[in-house]
Ligand binder design. Structure first.
Ligand code: HEM
Length: 97
């Protein structure tokens, strides 16, 4: 028993130092933060072509009485004229200048 006691004290010391070290390490770590937020993406667009002119109908997609029939990036002349005839005036505000 007399020979065992120093060994027990020695190992207890090692374990104690290890625990203290771990606690100290945890304490010095910076608190978790939210991941860096990337800048908000530029507002999206939905450009369609009618009679050679470009129109951004992104804002119309949610409100259009005829529904979100828009196929962005395509020529929708036939679709438009089929429903609205030749009245381009009604979409002037969406014209991309
Ligand atoms: C490129 C294609 C088209 C464009 C740019 C377009 C644009 C518009 C705009 C600016 C209006 C007036 C505001 C509103 O009511 O939302 C409108 C109205 C309307 N659209 Fe379209 N439209 C298109 C195609 C269509 C199609 C294919 C349909 C049918 C499925 C349709 C059905 C309607 C209806 C029922 C209205 C309300 C009544 C009227 O003003 O005639 N539209 N559209």
């Amino acid at each position: 028993m007399n020979k065992l006691l120093p060994k027990i004290i020695f190992y207890a010391l090692i374990v104690g130092v290890a625990i203290a070290g771990t606690l100290l390490y945890i304490k010095t770590q910076p608190p978790p933060t939210a991941p860096n937020m990337s800048p908000s993406p530029a507002a999206s667009t939905c450009i369609i072509t009618i009679d050679g002119q470009k129109y951004d109908v992104e804002s119309l997609r949610n409100t259009h009485t005829g529904g979100d029939i828009f196929q962005c990036g395509t020529d929708m002349s036939a679709t438009f004229h089929g429903q609205h005839g030749d009245n381009l005036q009604m979409i002037q505000r969406y014209l991309v200048k």
